[in-house]
Design a protein around this ligand. Structure first.
Ligand SMILES: C/C(=C\COP(=O)(O)OP(=O)(O)O)CCC[C@H](C)CCC[C@H](C)CCCC(C)C
Ligand SMILES: O=C(O)C1=CC(=O)c2ccccc2C1=O
Length: 315
């Protein structure tokens, strides 16, 4: 594969590389990786069940490495299709001009992340590794050849599945005492569905500002399919769906009232809805919409996890 050095030097001369590197690392994005196991910890604490903090730390580190793999591989695969050539100066491949080294780094993160997950699984349940491998499989289907399902507008359901029931079930098993039998699907679905919808909203919002580049390169994201006006009309439904899934167990008496603490995510959600309603077709004004969605995702998830844990003290 030819190394795209020309692209790298073009950006080197024209833009602040430090800011580009910050955009490439996008550290706030790692909130999506850590949330499933933090929710699992909050739920266990609320149930007065023990939490294995060594397992929690290992799982967090492994999840961060796996998300780093997903993002570095995304830059590699998108360099191959050309979709990042003009619209994404902060692609690590564009910044370094070294496609093959970025691919090597991505594979290193994947191997290390899976090795750590194998350790977590060895100390709890083999199902942890199977579930995380399924998450990574979905991550590959999203962007890797020959599937590239994200290019066909199918990324959002994959994202919900990975960060919802699959990763949450893995987190629940990892924190439980060794030898648990069976996957706790019912709890994982109740706990992971709402927060994973918030994570899926992050992905959905990431398509708005690049709709023209995506369409030009044959990447038919949901926003390309629907158009920016109709797509922006779906954002309030994502937020409402997320809250409904989290409030239902409270109304049914299964979760404590404190689980409503997820509402601390509402201010950025309202800002996001207003921004996209007004400016959905103006890429320059909405490039930050993904990060507003991320703030909603992070505050909503942390509020829910904390609220569930506090439920232990409120009876
Ligand atoms: C890479 C993802 C989105 C970026 O997509 P896009 O190509 O539109 O971005 P750019 O335009 O900026 O190039 C996210 C894809 C998510 C995927 C469906 C599921 C990934 C699963 C993780 C690998 C699992 C993480 C571990 C788990 C235990 C938390
Ligand atoms: O770069 C991005 O746009 C995203 C990266 C990423 O890892 C992720 C994970 C889960 C939901 C959305 C996203 C992104 O949007």
């Amino acid at each position: 594969m030819t190394e795209p050095k020309v692209v790298a030097s073009r950006y080197a001369n024209s833009v602040d590389r430090r800011r580009l590197w910050q955009a490439a690392i996008k550290w706030p994005m790692y909130a999506v990786a850590v949330m499933p196991v933090l929710l699992a910890a909050g739920w266990r604490l609320g149930q007065a069940l023990p939490v294995r903090f060594d397992q929690l730390l290992l799982f967090l580190l492994a999840a961060v490495l796996l998300l780093a793999w997903e993002n570095l591989a995304n830059d590699v695969f998108d360099a191959d299709t050309g979709v990042d050539a003009d619209g994404k100066p902060h692609s690590v491949v564009n910044l370094t001009g070294r496609r093959d080294r970025v691919a090597g780094l991505a594979n290193g993160c994947l191997l290390l992340g899976l090795a750590l997950m194998a350790l977590v699984a060895w100390r709890s349940s083999p199902a942890v590794l199977a579930l995380v491998l399924a998450c990574c499989g979905l991550g590959y289907l999203y962007q890797g050849p020959p599937f590239r399902l994200g290019y066909r507008g199918l990324g959002e359901p994959l994202c919900w599945l990975a960060f919802g029931p699959l990763a949450t079930a893995a987190g629940l098993l990892a924190l439980a005492p060794a030898g648990a039998s069976g996957v706790p699907w019912r709890i994982a679905l109740a706990l992971g569905s709402g927060p994973a919808l918030a994570t899926t909203l992050v992905l959905f919002c990431s398509h708005f500002h690049q709709v023209d580049e995506d369409a030009a390169h044959g990447k038919r994201s949901p926003v390309v399919h629907l158009g920016t006006a109709a797509a922006s009309g779906l954002v309030p439904w994502f937020v409402a769906g997320c809250l409904a899934l989290q409030w239902a167990p409270v109304l049914l008496g299964q979760w404590p009232l404190t689980a409503l603490l997820g509402v601390i995510g509402l201010p950025p959600a309202r800002q996001l809805i207003a921004l996209l309603q007004r400016h959905h077709g103006e890429p320059g004004r909405i490039s930050g919409s993904k990060f507003l969605a991320l703030r909603f995702q992070a505050l909503n998830g942390l509020g829910l996890a904390l609220g569930l844990a506090l439920g232990r003290f409120t009876g």
